[in-house]
Design a protein around this ligand. Structure first.
Ligand SMILES: *[C@@H]1O[C@H](CO)[C@@H](O)[C@H](O)[C@H]1NC(C)=O
Ligand SMILES: *[C@@H]1O[C@H](CO)[C@@H](O)[C@H](O)[C@H]1NC(C)=O
Ligand SMILES: CC(=O)N[C@H]1CO[C@H](CO)[C@@H](O)[C@@H]1O
Length: 538
């Protein structure tokens, strides 16, 4: 035996390196219990405030995509939002805390952002005109968007240290703005206070104690303004980078049922100019590092704010406007879809992608509004993945990432497979743990229905059984040529707007459930199994 093991490993090594054929893998989906649940509308995208002269690394990828400048009548914009049939949109970002609303007794003239190198984030205060806000609401309401608006949490405060800002939030401008919004009948799903003001800070921070008090103030304002409405908006905070002590303190000071949703931001790929972005995206160990953030948020809420839920309020992968020729290409979907899968497992209710449009990480191209690959990835997720999250056991390689959800608005489950391997094709057999248990139980308790139990099991392990006629639906995503292509293929066909500029239909291929699922190297697949018996999904 002493020399057999090394010999075996050596052979296995050779096989792994030189094998051209596929690797077989079995995954077991546990359909009897949900391990987590997302909101009905999990997919969310952001609109930011940056003007066109916002640049990073000699690249200025914002154009006129910032809220005050966006062409709201662009036909692709409305179609792209509408395709989701209720897309969540969060309006916010670094400059939101320096926005003033042109309502009521505004103490400033209504002027746009101006480049000011020495100022916070390199810009002056900027003003939102109410006619722009009206136009934006017209678009959002027409397209069925569910809106989150981030309020100006630095209003009335002053710099007291290198990054620290002191004094209480002056809520007067926000109060007038919310009043105006309600008087116009605009439906805002949720109001958020502040953007990235937690400590340790990126550009500015506010003490947790003061922030907690400001939340009580916002809560009182919302209660007062919405006292005669049948629906009350949610209150979100603090939209920062997670820090356990700061977040815990804000929850503690604001108190029970004030903050409904704890929002946090994620940029786990690092700076947008990192030449190793693609390597990070394709490294399963690197991708998995985010699990610790999701776990910690869950833990903090459980202990300090059990009345609240968690959202990723903003996440763009690479910070400082995203990675040029990375965030807007096919390879980014490996990161993005993996994040959606991972966040769901830790009970994240909503995941807001930075951005819907703007920067290199826009779901839509800044200048042409044409959807980038991640737009279609988001749309597929939104249409196929339901809110029930299921556990999966996979003995396959770490390079094959697997997530399973109840299907959306129909029976059965949908599995997301992400193959990060650049050389291994996988043939996957999906098993239902329920049938495995059933099989064992029947064998023990009755003896005779063994055949029945076996049939049920094998119908999902992939061998042909005479009575299986059910089909599964497969959506395979690959790149068009290079990995950093701005075009993605769905089942071998490029995803492109139709001739009249409509979002294309996303059609699956139908495959006999009896055959194993094939997934090629560096590809992604959604697999819908309508007949998969998952009691948790009923
Ligand atoms: C938008 O598309 C054009 C044409 O494909 C491309 O050159 C440009 O880099 C894209 N812009 C962004 C910000 O992705
Ligand atoms: C496949 O990936 C490995 C590890 O990331 C890399 O070293 C290798 O060069 C890649 N091979 C090809 C053909 O791209
Ligand atoms: C089993 C397996 O999938 N192995 C490969 C996965 O992909 C990585 C990167 O492409 C390779 O390094 C592994 O050998």
């Amino acid at each position: 035996m002493g020399f057999l093991l090394p010999l075996f490993l050596f052979v296995a090594y050779l096989y792994g390196v030189s094998a051209q054929g596929p690797t077989y893998a079995t995954i077991i989906v546990k359909g009897s219990v949900k391990i987590a649940e997302t909101d009905d509308h999990f997919i969310c995208a952001t609109l930011d405030w940056w003007p066109s002269d916002k640049c990073n690394y000699n690249d200025c990828p914002w154009g006129n995509s910032g809220v005050p400048y966006l062409d709201l009548s662009h036909p692709i914009l409305a179609k792209a939002i509408q395709a989701f049939n209720h897309l969540r949109i969060r309006i916010g970002g670094s400059l939101q805390d320096k926005v003033v609303y042109n309502v009521g007794t505004l103490k400033y003239p209504c002027q746009p952002f101006k480049k000011m190198d020495k100022w916070l984030f390199g810009f002056s205060k900027g003003c939102l005109r109410m006619n722009k806000w009206d136009e934006l609401n017209h678009l959002l309401s027409k397209t069925g968007a569910i809106v989150t608006f981030g309020l100006n949490a630095l209003y009335g405060r002053h710099k007291i240290g290198k990054l620290a800002w002191g004094d209480a939030w002056d809520s007067s401008n926000a109060r007038e703005f919310i009043k105006y919004t309600v008087s116009k009948g605009y439906h805002i799903d949720s109001w958020e206070l502040g953007n990235e003001l937690s400590d340790p800070a990126v550009g500015a921070s506010v003490g947790a104690e003061q922030y907690g008090k400001d939340m009580i103030e916002l809560h009182a304002i919302i209660n007062e303004i919405y006292k005669n409405s049948h629906s009350r908006p949610l209150i979100l905070a603090p939209g920062g980078f997670f820090s356990a002590s700061w977040y815990a303190k804000v929850l503690e000071i604001s108190g029970s049922n004030v903050i409904n949703v704890v929002t946090h931001h994620l940029y786990n790929l690092g700076p947008g100019n990192d030449p190793h972005l693609v390597n990070k995206i394709l490294d399963p160990h690197y991708l998995s590092q985010s699990t610790s953030t999701f776990q910690k948020i869950q833990q903090t809420i459980k202990i300090h704010g059990p009345w609240a839920s968690a959202w990723v309020g903003e996440s763009g992968g690479a910070y400082n406007s995203g990675g040029r020729h990375v965030s807007n290409t096919f390879v980014d979907s490996f990161w993005y879809l993996d994040q959606l899968g991972m966040a769901s497992k830790y009970n994240t209710k909503v995941y807001c992608r930075q951005t819907l449009i703007g920067g290199n990480y826009g779901l839509l191209n800044t200048t042409t509004f044409v959807p980038n690959p991640d737009y279609y990835s988001a749309l597929l997720w939104h249409r196929l993945m339901g809110k029930g999250v299921l556990a999966v056991d996979s003995k396959a390689s770490a390079h094959l990432r697997v997530y399973a959800h109840c299907s959306k608005s129909r029976a059965g489950i949908t599995i997301l497979l992400i193959n990060l391997s650049n050389q291994t094709s996988f043939k996957i057999l999906v098993q239902n743990d329920r049938n495995i248990n059933l099989h064992v139980e029947e064998k023990i308790h009755s003896g005779s229905p063994l055949i029945h139990g076996l049939k049920k099991t094998v119908s999902w392990v992939g061998r042909k059984v005479s009575d299986v006629t059910a089909m599964r639906e497969e959506y395979h995503l690959t790149s068009y040529g290079r990995l950093r292509s701005q075009t993605m293929l769905l089942n071998g066909k490029p995803l492109q707007l139709t001739e009249v500029g409509d979002i294309p239909t996303l059609d699956p291929v139908l495959v006999d459930v009896g055959s194993p699922i094939s997934i090629s190297p560096l590809s992604i697949a959604f697999i819908t199994l309508p007949k998969f018996e998952a009691p948790a999904c009923v």
